[in-house]
Design a protein around this ligand. Structure first.
Ligand SMILES: [Zn+2]
Length: 220
């Protein structure tokens, strides 16, 4: 049976990196709604321009738009064995829509939990390359480096990583995500892992949680 892994957690919890690793481990496509939205913005399409205006304000893209984007992605052939979802669902309505899309598939939800102050510290100190969008290595920044290790481009702060915007993002996250987390928490197919650990430890904890959850599923 197809295995869909839903990665939950606040912006800056490291979900994207973990989702990509998990996808490689299980041979599943990682579907990052953040990447899909950023690609639309860079393409400069009509949709992309609407998305950009929303993201620059620190707001979230509407449920209808997100559900449509994900629905189109999930009908592609490469999702037959399952997917790793990062950034979706983000609201109760999106979670309910995903349940309809994933009918008959095995779905597990993993929350990477990180406290708000730690998120603010992580995101507001982050810098990206203006030219290639690579995220600067923290050691480069600590050493006073001001250029991209990959292409030499200047390092800048992403508009939605400014501290005031991060606080607003977390506020929006808390308000919209709480009902969705409660929706998943009530299920046996939900686990929380401690996202304050080093990334390798977080990954091990996620894999262990997935293995346990799917072992339970097979017995049923
Ligand atoms: Zn660069």
């Amino acid at each position: 049976m197809a295995l869909d892994i839903v990665m939950l957690g606040p912006p800056g919890a490291g979900k994207g990196t973990q989702a990509a690793r998990l996808a490689r481990l299980y041979g599943l496509p990682a579907i990052s709604t953040g990447d899909m939205l950023r690609e639309a913005v860079q393409a400069g399409s009509d949709l992309g321009q609407r998305v950009k205006a929303v993201m620059d304000r620190g707001d979230l893209v509407s449920d209808d738009l997100m559900i449509e984007i994900v629905r189109e992605r999930l009908v592609r052939d490469d999702t037959a064995k399952g997917v790793v979802l990062d950034g979706f669902p983000r609201t109760l309505r999106q979670a309910e829509a995903l349940d309809q899309m994933a009918d008959g598939r095995n779905l597990v939800a993993i929350e990477v939990a990180v406290p708000a102050e730690e998120i603010i510290r992580r995101l507001s100190s982050r810098r990206i390359c203006r030219d290639c969008a690579a995220i600067a290595d923290p050691e480069t920044l600590a050493g006073g480096g001001a250029t991209c290790a990959r292409c030499g481009g200047p390092l800048v702060q992403r508009a939605d990583d400014r501290e005031d915007v991060v606080r607003e993002r977390l506020h929006v996250y808390e308000r919209t995500v709480r009902p969705m987390l409660d929706y998943y928490r009530a299920r046996p197919s939900f686990r929380t892992v401690d996202g304050r650990q080093p990334p390798d430890r977080v990954f091990d904890a996620i894999v262990e949680a997935v293995e346990r959850l799917t072992a339970v599923g097979q017995k049923d």
